[in-house]
Design a protein around this ligand. Structure first.
Ligand code: ADP
Ligand code: MG
Length: 692
């Protein structure tokens, strides 16, 4: 590393340090106020900030600027504008005004809006989010922005995330006031652990499915997969190490606190975890991390795969969303604390999260629903699709031993809050099968797919907890002595007990037990998505102002369409691969076998040639069956176009995906019989073990 970490970290970010150095004290203070209090910037401040930002960016080699935003595609978008302008003498000068900083008007008609915006009013607008610092990427000053329609409807993932943070702040602050906690803001904090695969670019380029779908659609298992667990935490290979060094440096320059890196369970699989940050910044940073992983990989002749299930038979990639809520005075509200008052506060917030997750399990499931993630959830490598909360035995017992019945009441009142049970921090989670585990001082939502934006999951966590806290505050504002708080904790914990599960989430017994408890088991994306617009969820999300009903309807339809289109692209890719390459290869090779069989029979008429006969029979069967399945698939793909959005997704799930699975089995069977020299695509062994 050329520079030391201190000068490197954040060197491409227009952060507090740069603001302080380049703005007048007055402007700096006004900007800070606007940031912390979420106020609008006045014109004078905006102009001054714009000039300072532009001068700083130009001094670092930037020639363009862009409003960087997160449309519903799930990836980030940017449209670059040059700083260039002509002055009255016709000379090119650098220009960038406060107006350009604060607001952009991209022609956004090609972004999914789910019907929120018709083409005649295609222009959306982007608005600067000053809580996320501007940064330089590829000679372009990137300004993090929210993206809305002209009448203020959210067309992106940042807007509702900011709304959810604001409502969580508002409701949690009511509780802070009741508890007498010194704080002026409450902020959700997130640390997302990101898994990914790294494979060789040359191998990648030969796989149509990887290029078009980001995952393999065919491939027989490699003789060695992840059976030996020798990759997990194993020594990092030199080529991967070089990639990681450059990745870290690039992320650090952007102020992204990448911290932990290690090999994961599957061959060629790795993980990167940053230090946690405020939810909004963590979301921006995770989007950037995913983008930069892919870019840096290419520079090393590698390809970074972020698909949830790139290879059958080995673990797919997910993302763990570590989530907590903290005050601006540094108190983690999910940490147990030391004093009895802190214990009581902890149990109150813990109970709020439990209630929120129980009431809105389906929204949490929706927030991680994508076509890719359907292959992981419930497949014994990632948590089940059933949402539950893991607390660990000790904490569960402690929570339920908060008691105020007649027998204990006197005792409790005598002792005051000191009777709130304590638990040992370190005894919590090492149960990796839980979708939502309490891990000492935070919750870890482990259901996200590796390519998911973390925005959706955090919108749902923040919103559901905020709505529960609102109810708690309503109740406690009528009288918030310790007795009332304990009563509330006890009542709510008991009412929502069914969501707590400390056992093995992968087991079949849990599926049955969860059904008995009345928990949702929304196995696939088409099963889950309609819950986004279920009445109870619409009521909650609209009442706290995170979404309007129209925005929810739009999101639901965008997500359904995304599921359908992703699956149909995969189905069509399969058809093409089978027709153009697999069948000709298998047919050609079986012809060779047939010729050799005939020759041998002629040479040795009394001998049997079992090997050739069996191979020929099997391959002939594969050819016939595959052809039949491809035809069926083509018909179904055609038929699907007659279905509407929601029923189309269901149709694909019920009819198309099962045929894709059957087709895959046939082709993979042939792969085990054909020599590598005739096989048209690199094998799993070549892909997974290609990087040395
Ligand atoms: P692991 O889950 O692998 O045991 P850690 O628990 O140390 O690892 O941390 C995983 C992630 O959780 C990291 O990104 C870390 O910054 C984040 N994290 C730690 N504490 C908190 C917290 N209070 N709130 C949110 N995220 C946190
Ligand atoms: Mg973890």
């Amino acid at each position: 590393m050329a520079e030391n970490l201190e000068s490197l970290f954040g060197s491409d970010v227009f952060d507090r340090r740069v603001m302080k150095a380049t703005l007048s004290t007055e402007i700096y203070q006004k900007l800070q106020e606007a940031i912390t209090q979420g106020q609008e910037l006045d014109k004078e401040v905006a102009n001054a900030v714009a000039v300072a930002m532009k001068n700083w960016a130009v001094s670092k080699g930037a020639t363009h600027f862009t409003h960087w935003f997160q449309p519903m595609t799930g990836v980030t978008a940017e449209k670059h504008d040059g700083f260039i302008a002509f002055n009255d003498k016709g000379l090119a000068i650098n220009e960038f005004s406060g107006k350009e900083l604060i607001k952009g008007e991209p022609d956004a008609s090609s972004f999914p809006s789910g019907g929120l915006r018709s083409t005649f009013e295609a222009r959306g607008y982007t608005a600067w989010d000053p809580t996320s610092y501007a940064f330089i990427k590829d000679n372009t000053l990137c300004i993090p922005t929210a993206f809305c329609s002209f009448d203020g409807k959210a067309l992106d993932k940042k807007t509702p995330l900011l709304r959810s943070m604001s409502v969580l702040n508002k409701q949690a602050m009511r509780i802070m006031k009741l508890l007498g906690v010194k704080a002026s803001r409450v902020i959700p904090c997130v640390g997302p652990e990101q898994e990914y695969f790294l494979i060789d670019k040359e191998v990648y380029k030969q796989r149509e499915d990887l290029i078009l779908c980001g995952r393999t659609l065919f491939g027989a298992p490699s003789p060695k997969g992840q059976q030996l667990d020798d990759h997990y935490f194993g020594a990092i290979k030199p080529r991967v190490q070089k990639f990681m060094i450059e990745l870290n440096e690039t992320l650090w320059r952007l102020g992204i606190p990448a911290k932990t890196e290690h090999n994961e369970v599957a061959p060629a699989q790795h993980e990167l975890a940053p230090i946690y940050e405020s939810c909004n910044i963590a979301t921006d940073h995770n989007q950037l991390t995913m983008e930069i992983m892919q870019k840096v990989a290419r520079k090393h002749d590698l390809v970074c795969l972020l698909a949830e299930k790139p290879f059958a038979g080995v673990n797919g990639s997910g993302k763990h969303n570590n989530w907590s809520i903290a005050t601006d005075t540094g108190i983690n509200l999910l940490a147990r604390g030391k004093t009895p008052e802190e214990h009581l506060r902890f149990y109150l917030f813990l109970t709020a999260v439990i209630k929120a997750v129980d009431l809105y399990q389906d929204l949490i499931r929706v927030s991680v629903a994508t076509a890719g993630n359907d292959f992981r959830l419930g497949a014994n490598e990632a948590p089940p699709a059933i949402v539950s909360v893991y607390l660990g035995e000790e904490l569960t017992n402690a929570l339920f031993s908060i008691d105020l019945d007649e027998k204990n009441k006197k005792n409790y009142l005598d002792l005051g809050v000191a009777s709130i049970p304590a638990f040992m921090r370190d005894s919590t989670d090492r149960n990796r099968t839980s979708p939502f585990a309490f891990t000492g001082n935070k919750f870890e939502l482990r259901m996200l797919g590796s390519s998911n934006s973390i925005a959706c999951a955090n919108i749902m966590l923040n919103s559901s907890v905020a709505s529960v806290l609102a109810g708690f505050a309503d109740e406690l504002e009528k009288g918030s002595n310790e007795e009332a708080i304990v009563k509330l904790i006890k009542r709510e914990a008991e009412a929502h007990m069914r969501i707590i599960f400390n056992g093995n989430g992968y087991s079949d017994e849990w599926v049955k037990e969860a059904e008995k408890r009345g928990l949702y088991n929304l196995k696939t994306t088409p099963d889950a998505l309609p819950h986004l617009v279920a009445k109870k969820n619409v009521d909650m999300l609209t009442s706290i102002g995170v979404f309007s009903e129209e925005e929810l309807q739009a999101r639901c339809s965008i997500l359904l369409e995304n599921y359908s289109e992703t699956s149909l692209i995969e189905a069509r890719t399969m058809v093409e691969m089978v027709n153009k390459n697999y069948l000709p290869a298998i047919s050609g090779y079986s012809n060779e076998v047939a010729t050799s069989l005939l020759n041998k029979k002629e040479a040795l008429p009394n001998m049997k040639f079992k090997y050739e006969e069996e191979v020929l029979k099997t391959l002939t069967n594969v050819i016939e069956e595959s052809k039949r399945l491809v035809k069926k698939l083509e018909t179904l793909i055609n038929d699907s176009s007659k279905e509407e959005n929601g029923s189309k997704a269901m149709f694909i799930k019920d009819y198309i995906i099962p045929v894709m699975n059957e087709l895959r089995i046939k082709i993979d069977e042939a792969e085990t019989l054909c020599p590598e020299t005739v096989w048209p695509y690199p094998s799993y062994r070549e892909i997974l073990f290609s990087v040395l």
